[in-house]
Design a protein around this ligand. Structure first.
Ligand code: BES
Ligand code: MN
Ligand code: ZN
Length: 502
C-alpha cells in the first residue's frame, strides 16, 4: 500500500528520491519554470540550454542535479488549450511509472499553481488538481502481484508519494485533497483486487467474508444471508443460477448510516464470481475473464468502504447477490421458469443471461429500504462492449435527473457513462409465451433488452442501471488503469454520492 504525505517546501528542500515538476508547453509557463529551475540547480544549465525537453504532454526528462541527491523528473503537461483534469491524472501516472522504473522509494509531485496553468480553456483549483495528481499517481502503481513468488515478484518500489504545495496558503487544500484521494484510491484498488482474484479464492462465501471484513473495519453493518435464508425469502433467481455449482449462494447486505432524516440510496452489484454460461456454455477461449463477472459487486463493496471512511451524510445500502454460474446435473436449464422475490416469473431462454436473474431478486429486495434512488452495476452484456467499447459504461434508467447527475460525475472522474434509450418498442423483445418475461431478448439491442428485463423488478424508486461489461474488464492497460479489473464504478459512485443533494 502506498502512503501519501503533504508539505509546503521549496524545490531544493524536498526530501524524496524523485522530485517531479510539471511543465506546460506554453511559452510563458515553460520559460518561467525553466528559469526558476536553472536558478535552483546551476549544475543543470547545460541540460536545460540543450532544450531537448519541450513540455509536450507526457514527455519526460530525468535529470541528476549535483546540488541534491534526488533525481529531478520533468513531466510535460502539453498545450494549455488541451489541458484537462484527466490530462493531469495521466501526467501524474507518467511521473509515478517513471519514478518506479528508476527504483525510487519516494516520489514528490510539485502541485502546479492553478494561476500559471489555467487559461480560457482550463480552469481549476489547488484541491481539484491535487486530487487528480494523487489519483493518477496512486492508481497507476497498482499491480495484482499477490500470487507472484520469488523472481516473478513484480514488486512496486515506490512506497510514498508526497504532494508538495508550491505556496503556503495552498497546503490546506492539498491536505484535504490527499485525504480524500487516498480513500478513493484504496477503495478502487480493493475493487481491483476482488475482481482480479482467481475464482478459487473468490466465490460467494469468500466474497461475503470480504464484505464482512470491510464492514467490521469501517462501522458498516453487514448481514450475510445464507442459502437457507435465501430459500425462505424465495429469491428464485439467485437459487436457480446457484443450483449448478457446489458453492452455495450468498446475499450480501451492507448498510451505512442507518438514520431517518437523510436520503436512502441503494447500490446493487452483480456478484457472479464465475460465469461459465451454464448449460448454454461459453466458448473456452477467454473464459477465465469471467472470474471478473463480480466486478459490479466489487465496486459496490469498495464504494461502501469509501462512503463510510468519508463519513458521507447519506444512508447508503449495498446489496450483492453472489453466485457461481456453472453446469452440472443440478444446473438450471433453458426452458426453466423461475418465480422471483416479487412474485413475477421469468423464462430461462439462455442460462448465460444469468446476471439479470439474480439482479431481479436484488432489485425487488431493494424496495424494503424505501430508497429514493437505486443504482445497479453489472457486467451484464457482451453487447455493451460492441456498442461502446471499453471507454464508456452503458447507462439506462427511469429518471433523467439522476442520469444527468451520473453523467456529470462521469465527466469529473473520467469514468464516463453513456445513456442508451429505453423506448417502449424494445420492451416486447423480452416477451415470453409461458412466463411474465423471458431472460433474453434476441440478437438486437442486447444491452437495452437486458435493462428492460430488470425494469420488471424495480419498485417505487428512481433507478439507474450501469452496464460495466466493457469498462470493468480490460485486456489493455492505459495510463493509470492496469489490465484486468479496472475498479470502475468506485470513483464514479463516490463522486455522485458526494455531490448528492435531495
Ligand atoms: N457476464 C456476461 C456478460 C459479459 C460479456 C461480461 C463479456 C463481460 C465481458 C453475461 O452474463 C452474459 O453472458 N450475457 C450474455 C447475455 C445473452 C445470453 C442474452 C451476452 O451478453 O452474450
Ligand atoms: Mn452469462
Ligand atoms: Zn455474467
Amino acid at each position: 500500500m502506498i502512503s501519501f504525505r503533504t508539505e509546503h517546501a521549496s524545490v531544493t528542500r524536498i526530501q524524496a528520491d524523485v522530485v517531479t515538476c510539471f511543465i506546460s508547453e506554453d511559452e510563458r509557463n515553460y520559460k518561467q519554470q525553466i528559469a526558476s529551475l536553472k536558478q535552483h540547480f546551476p549544475s543543470l544549465l547545460p541540460a536545460f540550454n540543450a532544450g531537448t525537453f519541450t513540455g509536450k504532454f507526457q514527455e519526460t526528462i530525468t535529470l541528476f542535479p549535483s546540488e541534491r541527491t534526488f533525481t529531478l523528473l520533468l513531466v510535460g503537461l502539453g498545450k494549455s488549450e488541451k489541458l484537462s483534469i484527466e490530462r493531469i491524472r495521466k501526467a501524474a501516472a507518467t511521473a509515478a511509472k517513471t519514478a518506479n522504473s528508476l527504483m525510487g522509494k519516494s516520489l514528490a509531485l510539485i502541485v502546479p499553481d492553478p494561476a500559471t496553468i489555467s487559461s480560457e480553456c482550463f480552469e481549476s483549483d489547488v484541491y481539484t488538481i491535487s486530487v487528480a495528481l494523487a489519483e493518477g499517481s496512486g492508481l497507476s502503481l497498482y499491480k495484482f502481484n499477490k500470487y507472484l513468488t520469488g523472481e516473478n515478484g513484480g514488486k512496486i518500489s515506490i512506497k510514498q508519494i508526497i504532494l508538495v504545495a508550491g505556496r503556503a496558503d495552498g497546503l490546506r487544500d492539498v491536505k484535504n485533497a490527499v485525504a480524500f484521494a487516498a480513500t478513493v484510491i484504496e477503495a478502487t484498488c480493493f475493487a481491483r483486487d476482488l475482481a482480479n482474484a482467481p475464482p478459487n479464492e473468490i466465490y460467494p462465501e469468500t466474497l461475503a467474508q470480504n464484505a464482512k471484513q470491510a464492514g467490521r473495519k469501517n462501522r458498516i453493518s453487514v448481514t450475510i444471508l445464507d442459502e437457507k435464508r435465501i430459500q425462505r425469502l424465495k429469491m428464485g433467481g439467485v437459487l436457480a443460477v446457484a443450483k449448478g455449482s457446489e458453492k452455495p449462494p450468498r446475499f450480501i447486505i451492507m448498510e451505512y448510516n442507518k438514520k431517518r432524516n437523510t436520503s436512502t440510496i441503494v447500490l446493487v452489484g452483480k456478484g457472479v464470481t464465475f460465469d461459465s454460461g451454464g448449460i448454454s456454455i461459453k466458448p473456452a477461449a477467454g473464459m477465465s475473464e469471467m472470474k471478473m463477472d463480480m466486478a459490479g459487486a466489487a465496486a459496490v463493496i469498495a464504494t461502501m468502504q469509501a462512503v463510510a471512511k468519508l463519513k458521507l451524510p447519506l444512508h447508503v445500502v449495498g446489496l450483492v447477490p453472489a453466485v457461481e454460474n456453472l453446469l452440472s446435473g443440478r444446473a438450471m436449464k433453458p426452458g426453466d421458469i423461475i418465480t422471483h422475490l416479487n412474485g413475477k416469473t421469468s423464462e430461462v431462454d439462455n442460462t448465460d443471461a444469468e446476471g439479470r436473474l439474480i439482479l431481479a431478486d436484488a432489485l425487488s429486495y431493494a424496495s424494503r429500504y424505501k430508497p429514493e434512488i437505486v443504482i445497479d452495476l453489472a457486467t451484464l452484456t457482451g453487447h455493451v462492449v460492441v456498442t461502446l467499447g471499453h471507454f464508456a459504461t452503458g447507462m439506462l434508467g427511469n429518471d433523467q435527473a439522476t442520469i444527468n447527475k451520473l453523467n456529470e460525475a462521469g465527466e469529473r472522474t473520467y469514468e464516463r457513462v453513456w445513456q442508451l434509450p429505453m423506448f417502449d418498442e424494445y420492451e416486447k423483445l423480452n416477451k415470453s409465451d409461458v412466463a411474465d418475461v423471458k431472460n433474453s431478448g434476441g440478437r438486437a439491442a442486447g444491452t437495452i433488452t437486458a435493462a428492460f428485463f430488470l425494469k420488471q423488478f424495480i419498485g417505487e424508486y428512481k433507478w439507474v442501471h450501469l452496464d460495466i461489461a466493457g469498462t470493468a474488464i480490460l485486456a489493455e492497460p492505459s495510463d493509470y488503469i492496469p489490465k484486468g479489473g479496472s475498479g470502475v464504478g468506485v470513483r464514479l459512485l463516490v463522486d455522485f454520492l458526494r455531490h448528492f443533494k435531495r
